[in-house]
Design a protein around this ligand. Structure first.
Ligand code: 6PG
Length: 504
């Protein structure tokens, strides 16, 4: 029987939650998983606990699963990125018919998405690579969705994607919360939009994750300064984050940080141990931040703070080496700073300014990428669909939307007057915090590299004149002159050049 509005393959947590989200919006959804046990467990769970259970149909045979979906079929994949995605597509293809659409909701590498889109459209099918952000809760009650693919395929998917995406208030731009099983949010502005063709959606999701990495690292540096330089405990620091979440720094990541820091260890019955102090200081990564940094290197886009955030995780992972080195390599040992209130305020400024630079880098990277990969990205809309549902959701993103709505061709976010003024207002504190951290020997790689980006970008003159001369000296790589038109290249025979005779 052909009854399902949409199908979904891959019933790990993200797949299950997205299926329930779709069913809650009144759609009938067919689900399939490589192991049928998982499908049975899921549908049994739905029957027992989910108001929308009758709209979730489980299938054992992939052929029956595909047949149950109305044409042109829409089949969402939530399987592991990479080989598993290709294997799932290969398993589906023999059962598909003309114009059927596969939607990949995994964290796929955008070049894989370009390849898959090309291969499937050559066979008369369509392929959408859709970024899905917001973790398990987002998938269940409203993720941020970043689809890329043909306009025709998008037109077919759009009503469902708009329904299930996170919603924000049309006036304040704040995420509308409060959905429960069977009761999704009604109204509001949907956090999805057609991002562009082929791999554009997955590319934008990748940059979202690169920004997520640096956003998290900056927060960790602020925490580290309060802990080490000001001698504050986790709970006290959590209160500062709680306060920051009421102002211009308000965001999901600041909110969860405040919450994390105020948790005590359930293993300690006295309630005197902060839980975060029990978590080992080594960070994992699945690769999307690294892809962002690697692509920035490839395109020559200066996303140094994003790369720094990836390296900071790599350094954190060398736990044993760091422990051994700490007994050998000595740094300064200063007493804690006592001007607590002022320094906390300065750290907040450092965090905000660095965050502006990080987002400027992410958007600058997308500006370069759209030229390279032939996309037309709407940056105001991208910031808008990140307002709700995703991990980097923040009030701040409305300012980014406003900046691109004022000037779609904005060269760099830092040049928008709101951000220029914010950087001007905060920079003294920002510099002071980095100087203090340096004196105390506390690593702040993300604060520091964001400041280097700001100082580099605003420098009409950089020492690259000397660098270019060095390149010409040893490799005849040529140089341009300040007193000649751009594009004229010179080379000199360096050993024969006249030298000033030093009188010293
Ligand atoms: C999201 C997250 C999600 C996931 C990252 C984490 O937008 O919902 O970004 O995609 O949490 O993959 O990445 P790491 O494991 O590399 O930190």
């Amino acid at each position: 029987m052909t009854t399902a509005d949409i199908g979904l393959v891959g019933l790990a947590v993200m797949g299950q939650n997205l299926a329930l989200n779709i069913a809650d919006h009144g759609y009938t959804i067919a689900v399939y998983n490589r192991s049928f046990e998982r499908t049975k467990d899921f549908t049994a769970h739905c029957a027992a606990h989910e108001p929308s259970h009758a709209r979730v149909l489980g299938f054992e045979a992939i052929s029956d699963f595909v047949k149950s979906i109305k044409r042109p079929r829409k089949i969402v994949l939530l399987v592991k990125a990479g080989a598993a995605t290709d294997a799932t597509i290969d398993a589906l293809i023999p059962h598909l018919e003309a114009d059927d659409i596969i939607i990949d909701g995994g964290n796929a590498l955008w070049t894989d998405t370009i390849r898959r889109e090309k291969a499937l459209s050559a066979q008369g099918f369509a392929f959408i690579g859709s970024g899905v952000s917001g973790g398990e809760t987002g998938a269940r009650f409203g993720p941020s969705l970043m689809p890329g693919g043909s306009a025709t395929a998008w037109a077919s998917l759009e009503p469902i994607w708009r329904d299930i995406a996170a919603k924000v208030d049309p006036v304040t731009g704040k995420q509308l919360d409060g959905a429960t099983p069977g009761n999704p949010i009604a109204g509001g502005v949907s956090c999805t939009a057609h991002v562009g063709t082929d791999g554009a959606g997955h590319y934008v999701k990748m940059v979202h994750n690169g920004i997520e990495y640096i956003d998290m690292q900056l927060i960790c540096e602020a925490y580290s300064l309060m802990k080490t330089m000001l001698g504050m405990n986790a709970g006290e620091i959590g209160k500062v984050f709680e306060q920051w979440n009421q102002g211009k720094l308000a965001s999901f990541l600041i909110e969860i940080t405040a919450d994390i820091l105020q948790q005590t260890d359930p293993a300690d019955a006295t309630g005197n141990t902060w839980f975060v102090d029990k978590v080992l200081d080594t960070a994992g990564q699945k690769g999307t931040g690294m892809w962002t940094a690697a692509n920035a290197l490839e395109l020559g886009a200066p996303a140094n703070a994003i790369a720094e955030a990836v390296f900071a995780r790599a350094l954190s992972a060398l736990k044993e080496e760091r422990v051994a080195a700490s007994a050998i390599l000595k740094g300064p040992s200063l007493p804690v700073e006592t001007d607590r209130a002022n320094i906390i305020n300065a750290i907040g400024d450092a965090l905000y300014s660095s965050k502006i630079c990080a987002y400027a880098q992410g958007f600058q990277l997308m500006v370069q990428a759209q030229k390279e990969y032939n996309w037309t990205l709407d940056f105001g809309t991208i910031a808008q669909i990140w307002r709700g549902g995703c991990i980097i959701r923040a009030d701040f993103l409305q300012k980014i939307t406003d900046a691109y709505r004022n000037d779609a061709g904005l060269k760099n976010l830092m040049l928008d007057s709101y951000f220029t003024n914010a950087l001007h207002d905060a920079q003294n504190n920002w510099r002071e915090v980095i100087a203090l951290a340096t004196r105390h020997g506390i690593p702040v790689p993300a604060f520091g590299s964001a400041l280097a980006y700001f100082d580099g970008y605003r420098s009409a003159t950089l020492p690259a004149n000397l660098l270019q001369a060095q390149r010409d000296y040893f490799g005849a790589h040529t140089y341009e002159r300040i007193d000649a038109p751009r594009g004229e290249f010179y080379h000199v025979d360096w050993p024969q050049m006249p030298r000033v005779q030093s009188k010293m």
